[in-house]
Design a protein around this ligand. Sequence first.
Ligand code: NI
Length: 190
Amino acid sequence: MHDLRCALPAIRSAGMTLRDILIHPDPRLRTVTKPVGEITDDIRRLADDMLETMYDAPGIGLAAPQIGVMSRVLVMDAVKEEGAAPRPMALINPEVIWSSEETNVYEEGCLSIPEQYAEVTRPAEVKVRWTGLDGKAVEEQFEGLWATCVQHEIDHLNGKLFIDYLRPLKRQMITRKMQKLKREMARGEG
Ligand code: NI
């Protein structure tokens, strides 16, 4: 998920690699991803690279299919208070186990749909269960921007994008803009 309010400094350490972010439309962004089995060094490296790529963008969330890895891994850091310490999180095999009746509206964006923003209504609070990078099961209840972010990223793991919540006409308009952007990018590189 993209958020212009995010002004966090990039957290960098040796060995992290920036990955290319796929732009919609791309069949990999429409694929249901596979659960992660064991938490290996490869998975920890993937999470590090994803955090590096997310902070660099900058964004507040990134899901593995957005860098072409079809596994149920997402990273996020929705700390938005200026000067607050960052809270990088990596969630393996996350699932929403409870959603509030109460909803919240946020203007969402997506690193795979650059420069496009629209209001999306989602449950205001969700309880999520996942496996941490240490292999332990974790449960946490999220609210506010964190709740929206984690739901947006879990959607990615199921091949769903925030534009799917919009009216078809608006969605088609955004998709056409992205097709044009990709053509321009391809020309620029060629
Ligand atoms: Ni996104």
